[in-house]
Design a protein around this ligand. Sequence first.
Ligand code: ZN
Ligand code: ZN
Length: 330
Amino acid sequence: MIFKCKNCGGNIVYDPDRGTMCCPHCESLDSEDKVLSTEYMTTCGNCGAPMEGAISTFTSATKCPNCGTYAVLDERVEGEYQPELILPFKVSKQEAIAFLKDEFKNRIFTPLTFLSKASLNKIEGTYVPFFMYDYDTDTDYYGTGTKVRSWSSGGYRYTETSYYDIRRKMETDFDMVPVDASDYMEDDYMDLLEPYNYKELRGFEDKLMSGFYGEIYNKPEEELEDRAKVKIKGAVDTLINQSISGYSSVKQNSMNVSMSKKKAHYALLPVWEYVYSYHGKDYKFHVNGQTGKVVGRTPVATGQVVAYGATVFAMVSIIGLMIRLALAFV
Ligand SMILES: [Zn+2]
Ligand SMILES: [Zn+2]
């Protein structure tokens, strides 16, 4: 499908600044006509140019390489591929460019062309597929804590060590634990781009994708749930540890975490992508399309992915936003 302006026939896109559909040609708001056609999988609905170069196995939204018209692929936002939720872009293209400029203008490694207008204008927004998992967990923890008391008497120094059984039973519901479902987006990039404010997720509407690229999930949710479980286990560990205090030392004897999945929500999250070519190599930079956080791998650094500017939240604070404690500690 493509979205055409009722007034001028131009390609209408979603405008993150206004938070609504906008025609970039005549500035009309919400004047879109949805033009459906499965042919957009092969040819552009506006100029008729072949689209194969712009569509890969997982593409759900793309741009015509010839005329620049944005198309959403009907069959890839319907049925099993229809997302339940979408987080619309909040950061506009111009803002994303400004965030990149801000981060890199004073860095000595930045090659001159990195921040040139021509390079930066190639930045594109893309909706990355995610699964958001809801899990109930049940944790049984046994440990031994010690308390050490020492004193002097009659020229001797005495130390007394007392041992305590520590038991924790915790039931915790986790809602919307995010795992990206795109092979193209490297996991470490995506984890660094988080967190998003998931409260702003809303029911999916195909028109919100107009103006951006997009992907369907590359793997079914069953194949990705282990990554959610690792995140949840980390959060459970932290919660248990936070509940134990006042001991000189603590030894864990056993911990059993049983997890039962309630639901996996298919969602799309917004990311700006800037691919910078330097000495024959591509370097990818991403800007969180909601918060403006910048993540990338610089041409001269050691190849490690680094998050710039915004604080990298610890795992517990990410999960902490989504946690609902069903039952306190006993
Ligand atoms: Zn128009
Ligand atoms: Zn075209």
